[in-house]
Write a protein that binds this ligand. Structure first.
Ligand code: ACO
Length: 326
């Protein structure tokens, strides 16, 4: 450990305008609103935009909330599973669009990507950088087969961004866990020239196990028990997966962020999107312990325990999103 840490001082989100309901999907696919809601919890999702355009909008909102200008940022870390081009990294387009003057790179760890990016950013703060912009952005609507009902009803598009600033001392990050098991590559993948392929049941089984085990590792490293955790902000793949993981962790669902109903599975965007919503609604307060946990193709998994606190600037807290009110 060094004597520098990081805290989140700004956050922001972006969604495409186009809302796609389950009923709309049922017009072209052999599916129904009832099936989709029962199996996944999803009621609607958003499709549209590019990874860069959503990331720029979310990043801009996060900078504004942190009270910073683009030239204040020392590094951009962009998590995405569906980059706009194979190369350059989509971070290049985001750098140009936001007017950043710093280094930037993409992180690819599928749905675990945001927590990978967040912990990477903390490492750079410990190395001496002052401010890092971390974004998760996805346009998954371009990588699944719109006629494949097993994937088209689940995946969607969004972005979420966080500004991290260096502080003396340990900062917010109390512990983390990152993992990958390539022997399970075949259960969820997309080849360069193909669409997303998924063995849904196997993903489900492993996802619950990975979320529970990774959460336990992180809590142990952070010297916390589940009774110390005030909020869990999980990757939003499927409400049943989230519910099953919470049950196994003995954690109440009403303190677990749930947004999949409204945005579908947005991979690396889902955790920053959900965390931003809970922060905007004032649900997470200084001193609260927040557990972020994700899993995804690879299989990858990632979790991090944060103690919320540090600088909260004007407008940083306050109810402005009814869906997050409790
Ligand atoms: N509408 C109607 N029927 C469907 C649909 C659909 N959209 N999709 C599949 N079915 C059918 C199947 O073909 C199957 O029919 P059959 O019995 O005639 O063969 C039946 O419904 C049951 O299918 P299952 O796959 O057994 O259904 P299950 O209860 O497992 O639910 C689901 C499927 C929702 C995909 C579930 O397995 C799941 O949530 N898995 C995890 C998937 C996931 O979260 N993936 C992304 C996470 S990973 C990440 O985020 C990177």
């Amino acid at each position: 450990m060094t004597n520098r840490g990081g805290i989140i001082t700004g956050w922001g989100v972006s969604l495409p305008d186009r809302i796609v309901t389950n009923d709309e999907l049922a017009k072209t696919l052999d599916t129904s609103d009832a099936w989709i809601q029962e199996r996944s919890g999803i009621r609607e999702r958003r499709w549209g935009g590019t990874v860069a355009s959503l990331a720029i909008a979310a990043g801009s909102a996060a900078l504004q909330k942190a009270g910073l200008v683009p030239t204040d940022i020392d590094l951009l870390v962009l998590a995405t599973s569906a980059p706009d081009q194979t190369f350059p990294g989509t971070s290049a387009t985001v750098q140009e669009g936001l007017g950043l003057r710093c280094g930037g790179f993409d992180v690819q760890a599928a749905c675990s990507g945001f927590v990978y990016a967040l912990t990477t950013a903390h490492g750079f703060l410990e190395l001496g950088l002052q401010r890092v912009l971390v974004i998760g952005s996805e346009v998954l609507s371009k990588i699944f087969d719109p006629m494949d009902r097993t994937t088209a009803v689940l995946f969607a598009d969004a972005a979420g961004a966080m500004v991290l600033e260096a502080v003396p001392g340990e900062g917010q990050l109390l512990g983390f866990d990152l993992g990958v098991d390539g022997s399970a590559k075949h259960i969820l993948y997309k080849d360069n020239d193909g669409f997303v392929r998924m063995e849904g049941k196997e993903v489900y089984r492993r996802a619950v196990r990975a979320m529970v085990e990774s959460s336990k590792v992180t809590m142990e490293r952070a010297k916390l028990t589940i009774d110390d955790i005030d909020w869990i902000v999980p990757h939003q793949a499927n409400l049943r997966i989230i519910d099953a993981a919470c049950q196994r962790l003995h954690f109440p669902m009403d303190r677990c962020s749930q947004t999949v109903q409204w945005i579908g599975n947005t991979s690396s965007a889902s955790i920053p999107y959900s965390l931003s919503g809970e922060l905007d609604a004032g649900n997470i307060q200084p001193g609260d312990h927040v557990l972020l946990v994700g899993f995804g193709a690879g299989m990858t998994w990632s979790s991090a325990a944060l103690r919320w606190g540090g600088v909260v600037r004007e407008g940083g807290h306050g109810p402005n999103n009814a869906r997050f009110m409790r």
